[in-house]
Design a protein around this ligand. Structure first.
Ligand code: PEP
Ligand code: MG
Length: 534
């Protein structure tokens, strides 16, 4: 019998396909056999995990290969599982013994004073999970099958990025939130996504219909439901096609106001199929995704930034420095175990703590800036000192390049406005430009976490309080002649574009898949009708 489960819409579109469940092992438990069989089970799970990781490592290069190599070495060291085998002797089941022993290890690494060892704690968690997967007979590296509906408690951005979405598919999550980074990636690739369905995700199997716009998931859909979903999907595709036909035309409101539409980029492949003439440049490059594997590799980063600048010709390319932290953990870089990562060490705060890594990025941007019109943008700026300390480092990098005789150019230096205190005091910052991160600004202003499905309904960018902050920043831009753009997801949401423009926004940066639809929504706005003004 058909049944409908209601969740929260995170990325629009219709997905029709079989459920593919990503197992969650946190609640799984083995019944203990005799000590001998438990020891054998653990030892073969450890061997299997080591083999799998070694195979993965062989296919990687640079830092990724090093990280995996470290994991193999840990697993091959008998000392790691010694405590678990001792617990098995006392009657514990293999999984319980392994979890307990690894918790002690992970804790030890996490509480180390040394950055390096703290960073290795994340590797140990990976190792723990992979051995557990082997113990429970779950393939931890099953490729996500094309065209399936991925069903899970939550999904990491890296898991999303490792899947091939070209053959369709959709995502349904027990937890999650529409403003999480994985939702942002889903919107960029036009992958339908529903979040926050709660415990019901465990029971999803067989064919599903996912409506990313309404947040409804139909289990065991009838023929009629499937036909209706196909028709709706067809309507959406037609609307999109119609908008795509005008993608190269400027975005001018009914009253004749020209709005800049730029694009947000997380990977070079995002730009495939997007004509550069469709946009006014790149308004946000999420480098924590673009160069995540090249944190310590200046040449590799410079090559990626150069590729972006070359794609854009002379149009501006805004390169945001690493915005790791929050729901974007980066192994060896972000801090594990923060009680509230969104209020902790994120973005520029972390960059200024890891000056060695930050300098590599700044040098790479300075070098690539020879190839076009680059702008540097700092994420999560809170106090003017964040901007000035970063500027000092930028100038130090420029001086180094001069003394090394390396060609470079100094880009404009601007900030994101994501922290309410900054939105209310933009005049305190000596920035060349401002870009409003409405995703974070909304979460902080409405006290509704991006990672929390239960509070998603409060995270409303159209809240008059949020719009008032946006309007305040826009007025500062007009008064100073500095550009104020908005690069959060609201800029690509036809339901709120009108309100943003009425609040004074004249430049947006949106996901590649939303450029055409955003332009169509802008063309429907009439700014001479004042009632929507913030
Ligand atoms: C934002 O916060 O609106 C933003 C664009 O940054 P991110 O979504 O990457 O945090
Ligand atoms: Mg942000």
């Amino acid at each position: 019998m058909e049944r409908v489960i209601s969740g929260i819409s995170a990325s629009s579109g219709i997905g029709i396909g079989p459920a593919f469940s990503l197992a969650d092992l946190t609640g799984s438990a083995r019944t203990a056999g005799d000590a001998d069989s438990e020891a054998k089970a653990l030892s073969s799970a450890v061997k299997k995990a080591a083999l799998e990781i070694a195979e993965l490592a062989a296919a990687q290069e640079g830092e990724a290969a090093e990280i995996l190599g470290f994991q193999v070495a840990m697993l091959e060291d008998d000392a790691l599982a010694e405590e678990a085998f001792a617990l098995i002797e006392t009657g514990a089941a293999a999984d319980q013994a392994w979890r307990t022993a690894m918790a002690v290890e992970i804790d030890g690494y996490q509480s180390s004073d040394d950055d390096y060892f703290r960073a290795r704690a994340a590797d140990l968690s990976d190792i723990r999970d992979r051995v557990l997967a082997a113990l429970f007979g779950v393939e931890s590296d099953r490729p996500l099958p094309q065209g399936s509906i991925i069903v899970a408690d939550d999904l990491k951005p890296s898991q999303f990025l490792s899947a091939d979405w070209t053959g369709g598919g959709a995502i349904v999550l027990g937890q999650g939130s529409p403003s999480s980074h994985v939702a942002m990636l889903a919107r960029a690739r036009s992958v339908p996504m529903v979040v926050g369905i709660g415990e019901a995700w465990h029971s999803l199997s067989g064919p599903l219909v996912v409506d990313g716009s309404t947040g409804l998931v139909t289990v065991k859909p009838s023929e009629a439901t499937i036909l209706e979903a196909k028709a709706k999907s067809g309507d959406k595709a037609r609307q999109r096609q119609e908008a795509e036909q005008h993608i190269l035309e400027p975005a001018v409101t009914k009253d004749g106001t020209l709005i800049k539409v730029m694009v947000n980029v997380a990977a070079l492949s995002d730009l495939e199929g997007l004509p550069v003439d469709a946009v006014d440049g790149v308004g946000l490059t999420r480098t924590e995704f673009l160069v995540e594997q090249a944190l310590h590799d200046e040449d590799a980063q410079a090559a990626d930034y150069t590729a972006l600048l070359q794609w854009a010709g002379q149009k501006p390319v805004t390169i945001r420095t690493f915005d790791a932290g929050g729901d974007k953990p980066v192994k060896g870089y972000t801090v594990d175990g923060e009680s509230n990562p969104f209020l902790g060490l994120r973005g520029i705060r972390l960059s200024l703590m890891h000056k060695d890594v930050f300098k590599i990025q700044l040098r790479a941007i300075l070098r690539a800036s020879m190839q076009g019109n680059a702008k540097i943008m700092l994420p999560m700026v809170t106090s003017p000192a964040d901007l000035e300390n970063a500027r000092e480092l930028l100038h130090a990098c420029r001086d180094e390049l001069i003394s090394e005789g390396v060609l470079h150019a100094l880009p404009q230096f601007g900030i994101m406005v994501e922290v309410p205190a900054v939105a209310l005091s933009p005049n305190m910052f000596d920035a060349a430009f401002y870009s409003i991160g409405s995703n974070d600004l909304t979460q902080y202003a409405t006290a509704a976490g991006r990672d929390n499905a239960a509070s998603a309904k409060w995270a409303d960018v159209a809240h008059p309080g949020v719009l008032a902050m946006i309007a305040h920043v826009a007025r500062h831009g007009v008064a100073t002649g500095k550009e104020v753009s908005l690069c959060g997801d609201a800029g690509g949401d036809p339901a709120v574009i009108g309100k943003l423009l009425h609040a004074g926004i004249r430049a947006v940066s949106v996901a590649p898949g939303l450029v055409a639809m955003a332009k169509a929504a802008i063309r429907a706005v009439d700014l001479s009708v004042r009632e929507e003004a913030a």
